[in-house]
Design a protein. Sequence first.
Length: 394
Amino acid sequence: MALELLPVEVIHQILEKLPVRTLSVVSRVSRILYNSCQDERLWRKEIIKCEQPKKGYSPPSSPISSPSGSPMMEESEPLPSPASRLCHIAVTWGGYMWIHGGHTTHAESQTFNEIKNDLWRYKFEDKKWERVHVTTGSLPAKTEHSAVIYQNKMYLFGGYSGEYFTNTLFAYDFEKNECSHIITSGDIPSVRSAHVGVVYQDKMYIFGGWNGAEQNNDLYCFDFPTSRWSKIVSSGPIPRPRCSHAGSVSDKHRSMFIFAGYGGKDHGYLNDLCQFDFDTLRWKLVDRTPPIPRSRMRLVEFQDKIYIYGGWNKVEHFNNLYQYDLECKRWCEVQLDLEPSEGKIGQHSMVVHNNILYIFSGYNSRTKSSTNDLYAYRLSKPHVTPMLPVYFTE
């Protein structure tokens, strides 16, 4: 029976019976199946691995076909992509995900190996990576550093160089493709890595970190217009010293949220969710329920919800995706279509673009090595482009 004769509801019921991972293949059979596979309900549990296009692939002008209407051809040679790494940074700007730095490890020891200074960008629309060569200045080799975006620049703070911990600040101008070392004044933070950096209005906030000897719970503020640092004297239940934690900003709540991390021998692995109010300079403990204690996970805020993925507690790595609703004030685990041994990573990066969560690289506990895989998970119905591959033929 021709697909055109089947009601849409029947096609959807058939697709619901298929394993989620087969939908990408099914979607290439015909335009009818492609359109049917776009139904968000079919993809609720799926984390999709974003395959790098091959040479000869040209992005289509529509989600259905190439500009000429002919099948899109691929050659065997892959396009360039970043090398495997962990503890790098990732930000989004101008339709790209930008990554910088990070390091590799000595086999299973997870000790530092090559500290990187390369800069790459991933174009969401074309699904292609591109190496960026800075025209003026140079980006430092760093790992476990932080990055925020202010206006048209990415600011990199702190991190480990492979020889020493740093407290330097660099700015990369996206439009001019230039990097510069920012000269700062005021109460400059001590050297640190594995800290959290966020931006709110005209200021960058740095919390916690590790200097090679101990964790801290310092909170510093950098004022962009004056290039001046100040140490914040906060009140309330100040979070314990920690490193390898995660954080993000909620503009709606005018607050920074800090989750989990490693508190050293005294406090071990943590799972507290703490909120810092930018107006009152006061901390409060929001929640200390699931997820279980961990560090090296990543956190993003999206549509008044906090999402965390991955991490480890020295015993095991995790592949859970958790959501915390800032309005309802409760955690829930997002069900994913993953095998128990898959997707267990830490020290990765995580960003959101057009309602899609992107998870890149990190340490894979199954292969016991760093990776350069890129995965995507749809948080809600997309506004622009579908997640499905678009190079099917008829």
